[in-house]
Design a protein around this ligand. Sequence first.
Ligand SMILES: CSC[C@H]1O[C@H](OP(=O)(O)O)[C@H](O)[C@@H]1O
Length: 341
Amino acid sequence: MIPRTIERVGGTICFIDQTLLPQRLEIVECTDIERLARAIRRLEVRGAPALGIAGAYGVALAAIQSEEEDLDAFLAEVSAAAASLRGTRPTAVNLGWGIDRVLAAVRGAGSIEAGKEAAVKGADAVAREDEETCRRIGANGAALLPENARVLTHCNAGALACATWGTALGVIRSAVEGGKTVSVTACETRPLLQGARLTAWELAAEKIPVRVITDATAAFLMRRGEIDCVVVGADRITDDAVFNKIGTYMHAVCARHHGIPFYVAAPLSTFDPGRSETDVTIEERGRDEVAAFNGKQTVPDGVGCTNYAFDATPLDLVSGIITEIGVLLPPYDPMPRLRHI
Ligand SMILES: CSC[C@H]1O[C@H](OP(=O)(O)O)[C@H](O)[C@@H]1O
């Protein structure tokens, strides 16, 4: 069984350092906000729901560690810590959602002691609800898969992107648990290889058939009739688009061209109602992630690289959005006003 991706043990946040997988499974014990911020920036902790949990626990950590005795000073200190975490990654809406949920509990508590207690309780609730939510998403999505499903997925929307179970991989786990035969084609997902390193690791550990392909192979397999459906995660869902790992849009276009269902699995906490694609900052990461591979230079000095971490898929390419309350089907206009749970 894969350990929980991120959890609280007393006053310590414990998380899997995903940059070391698949070679090494190491748990980081974190009691420092800046260390947590660095872990998020480095994708030691990654994946929208897991970022929500990390943000929530980061605010709780700041609250319980504060030595302020004045309420306003305490609130200012916790708010500053929240701001430092919020700025680590701009695209996944869950990070801000987890931060805001615990910050609201602290601000509404009325005293420092009550604020500390509310912070821990609130963050634990975010983590606990995530597991329940992923299992409901899994059950709702499993019903969409054929009895013998050949599923393509991109990046890692598995247990490692959540507290456990996963969203897109949660659909696959629930389908297998329900007796369906599922084989997974995992796109390696350049440049950080979340598909090759993480999705393949998760599924192989649970003996769910999985093969890894280069991202560019996906369309060819669709054309050859080897893919029954695509199931991916999401980092933010606006009224007109799904934001997910770079390459998702490419798969959506190809799936539509080949008449293959393209599903997005995401909790309500990933929805960003009232906002559109043009309102969202797409994270751009450093040149080094593209210009070298395994420490070996691949791009000549002086040649530029563009390294978007996410892209936007228009909702008209999405066959269904699998959530914990059911599957949203097109047309999505207007997008139901889904409340953040
Ligand atoms: C279950 S959401 C997972 C989502 O997060 C990933 O991005 P990153 O690895 O950069 O955190 C990717 O977009 C996945 O679909």
